[in-house]
Design a protein around this ligand. Structure first.
Ligand code: NAI
Length: 242
């Protein structure tokens, strides 16, 4: 279904990003896996893509929060793959804490990675999309960006900003045939949420359980392939933010 296309996935070496990489590779897209630091994990993901799905897969170390590094990485991907038509901004961090004691660094780091990182990648990849006359961006937001969450003012602000970015990019690039949507996961089983089995919010999930990384990856695949859908924010949260 995505044969001949290249997908760039940030934070693709583990968790939700890893599941997204496998899902897009299973649909025959070549994949560029951007990772922050764990080269071995990123290479393992690429090997799985090549062996299991027979697609081209390459790993790129990049701090997406760094505008110049993102630019260089996109240039390398262009040189290796020739073109790219899909971008999934999945890289994200949390630095939770109560507002009254939150350190400036913790606010800035979360905004820089989750929001500016997505801007950096979109900014540098838009030229490739325009050249390819084809492009789809999926940003991994969060229900925290829709409802707010005590103890996560930095994270919620970054994800709400990401939803605003998504809708503006969708409107601005639609005339060029480039689509942009977001997935807003609730509680998904990953390293980020691993220790939260006693979080009171879990009891408020109508479907009564945490989600799997594959649930988010399936939503990404839908948004990538749904040609008449743009500017959408698709909740994958078991009904939590309904
Ligand atoms: P994770 O912590 O397992 O994975 C995040 C990935 O992003 C890691 O591979 C990490 O190395 C990478 N990353 C972090 N900072 C980076 C940077 N500056 N440059 C490049 N890569 C960077 O987290 P998880 O759970 O897989 O989350 C993935 C995305 O889904 C995040 O954006 C997160 O905010 C979002 N999300 C997760 C939820 C969950 O319940 N796990 C719920 C809602 C949203």
């Amino acid at each position: 279904m995505l044969k001949g296309k290249t997908a760039v996935v940030t934070g693709g070496s583990r968790g939700i990003g890893e599941a997204i990489v496998y899902k897009l590779a299973s649909l025959h897209a070549g994949v560029a896996v951007i990772y922050a630091g764990n080269a071995a994990a990123a290479e393992r993901v690429c090997i799985t893509c090549r062996q299991k799905y027979g697609v081209r897969a390459e790993a790129y170390q990049c701090n997406v929060a760094d505008f110049s590094a993102a630019k260089e990485t996109v240039a390398k991907i262009r040189s290796d793959f020739g073109a790219a038509q899909i971008l999934v901004n999945n890289a994200g961090i949390t630095r939770d804490g109560l507002l009254a004691v939150m350190k400036e660094d913790d606010f800035d780091a979360v905004l820089d990675t989750n929001l500016k990182g997505a801007f950096n990648m979109i900014r540098h990849m838009t030229g490739l999309f325009i050249r390819a006359h084809d492009g789809c961006i999926v940003n991994i937001a969060s229900v925290a960006g829709m409802t707010g969450n005590a103890g996560q003012c930095n994270y919620s602000a970054s994800k709400a900003g990401l939803i605003g970015l998504t809708k503006s990019v969708a409107k601005e690039l639609a005339p060029k045939g480039i689509r942009c949507s977001a997935v807003a996961p609730g509680f998904i089983k990953t390293d980020m949420t691993g220790g939260q089995t006693d979080n009171p919010l879990l009891k408020m999930i109508p479907l009564g359980r945490m989600g799997e990384t594959e649930d988010v990856a399936g939503a990404v695949a839908y948004l990538v392939t749904a040609k008449y859908v743009t500017g959408e924010v698709l909740r994958v949260d078991g009904g939590l933010a309904m």
